[in-house]
Design a protein around this ligand. Structure first.
Ligand code: NCD
Ligand code: ZN
Length: 428
């Protein structure tokens, strides 16, 4: 999966907090640079930043079931290119990850084929059907040690089922990650943000409130259960307000925003390019401003990609019938650097919290999101903060070509990624 070299000396890199010093990696961990043998493989990182490897809490890897769209090997290769050393494989697979056996299967695939760590997300309900809880406890106790549960792609719409799920996972510290979309209010055919744009383009729209009413319900259910809720892909100003309110009350809620909801807005769908069809839909500029501000002030805890590759035949359709979803792993860091760091909204240490340490904490992943300190597992990304490039969808390691950044000039930060002490990606 990764290069054979088992020891590396990385010289000249600065860390997010401004400190610098050589990093020596041996047998998968950071070790004392004074112990580096003569002739050790050296990586000259002068002028680069060394950050802990990024952790994604929301990744669609499509294996098992849709290997024509993505596999664990191709999806995690895209992750490594994006600077990630850990991804969370969403449960909307075929079969759905709703049993201990299914979870262990995905976990083993990740260990065997992954270019990064693959943590398993378990389905909240059997077959993502929304009515019967799946084997939450058995998945938690399995070799996959599942801690994050989600029916993502579908909303757990039934309030009683959601309450029971929150209650059930509490004793083992699990978290329910909700795809917040009221199915009645959003409707089954909605594919655009309800706005002047949906009207003009003749596309069925869903209002931002179809998201925030579910968030408002769920934070209250989390409070009632005394349990942990995570809100997937927050896309609206109203959801941000609700989460802010809930956090002030002490509700155990965390939230994510995707790179695309930070950068891309509704008018992009005007060309009916199905690459821009995604759930929740691309929103308007006032919503983008709200999620950017919320990510800066910590109301939104993390960036998660919602990397959602699709086969060409599932995107080559009229807009209203094409499958929703877009790629995210390879350009996530680029977008966050562009929108949040280069504009002065956040600094590098905050970026590390939003993309590495906090997602690792929410997912309870040992050995990820930690410090680049002697004895710790060697998961890191080397970043060039000033490089830029035009994105080429065909250069992707993902099987998907539904890259919404194709043709756009963005930062090109990832120079190399090291996973468990081995180089999992190196530019050029
Ligand atoms: C995701 C998918 O394709 O699995 N699609 C999407 O539009 N985001 C499901 C999801 O994350 O809701
Ligand atoms: Zn979703």
């Amino acid at each position: 999966m990764t290069s054979a070299s088992t020891s590396l000396l990385i010289t000249g890199a600065r860390q997010a907090d401004g400190t610098s010093g050589d990093l020596f990696v041996a047998d998968g961990r950071f070790a004392d640079p004074a112990d580096a043998p003569a002739g050790v493989h050296r990586v000259d990182a002068d002028g680069l930043l060394a950050l802990p490897g990024l952790v994604d809490l929301h990744t669609h890897l499509r294996q098992p079931g849709r290997e024509d769209a993505e596999t664990v090997a191709t999806g995690t290769a895209a992750a490594a290119r994006g600077g990630f050393t850990c991804v969370h494989a969403m449960a909307n697979l075929t079969p759905a990850t709703d049993t201990a056996e299914a979870a262990e299967y995905v976990q083993a695939l990740g260990e065997r084929e992954g270019h990064c760590e693959v943590r398993v997300v378990g389905a909240v309900t059997k077959g993502l059907g929304g009515s019967e809880l799946s084997e939450l406890g058995l998945m938690a106790k399995s070799a996959a040690s599942v801690r994050v549960f989600s029916d993502d792609g579908r909303c757990v719409a039934d309030s009683l089922v959601m309450r029971r799920a929150l209650t059930y996972v509490k004793p083992f510290g699990g978290v329910i990650a909700q795809h917040s979309q009221d199915p009645r209010l959003a409707g089954t055919d909605a594919c655009c943000h309800e706005s002047e744009w949906s009207g003009r383009l003749g596309l069925p729209g869903w209002p931002s409130q179809a998201e925030s009413v579910i968030v408002a319900r769920d934070v209250q259910l989390a409070e009632l259960a005394g349990s942990r809720l995570h809100v997937c892909h927050v896309s609206t100003a109203e959801s941000v307000e609700v989460i802010r309110w809930a956090k002030r009350r002490g509700v155990q809620v965390t939230a994510e925003v995707t790179p695309h909801h930070l950068l891309l807005d509704t008018p992009l769908v005007a060309g009916y390019d199905t690459t821009f069809k995604v759930n929740p839909p691309l929103r308007t500029s006032e919503h983008l401003d709200a999620v950017r501000e919320a990510l800066a002030d910590g109301t939104i805890d993390i960036v998660a990609t919602d990397h959602a590759p699709h086969a060409r035949q599932d995107k080559d359709h009229p807009f209203d019938v094409a499958l929703p979803g877009m790629l995210g792993l390879e350009q996530a860091l680029a977008v966050v650097v562009d929108v949040m760091v280069n504009t002065g909204r956040i600094d590098w240490p905050t970026l590390v919290r939003r993309m590495s340490s906090t997602p690792a904490r929410i997912g309870q992943v040992p050995g990820q999101g930690g410090r680049l300190a002697i004895g710790e597992p060697a998961n890191l990304v080397l970043v060039d903060p000033s490089a830029r490039a035009v994105v080429d969808a065909d250069a992707s390691a993902s099987r998907g070509r539904n890259n919404p950044y194709h043709g756009r000039e963005l930062p090109d930060p990832v120079v190399a990624t090291v996973f468990r002490g081995r180089i999992s990606y190196q530019r050029g």
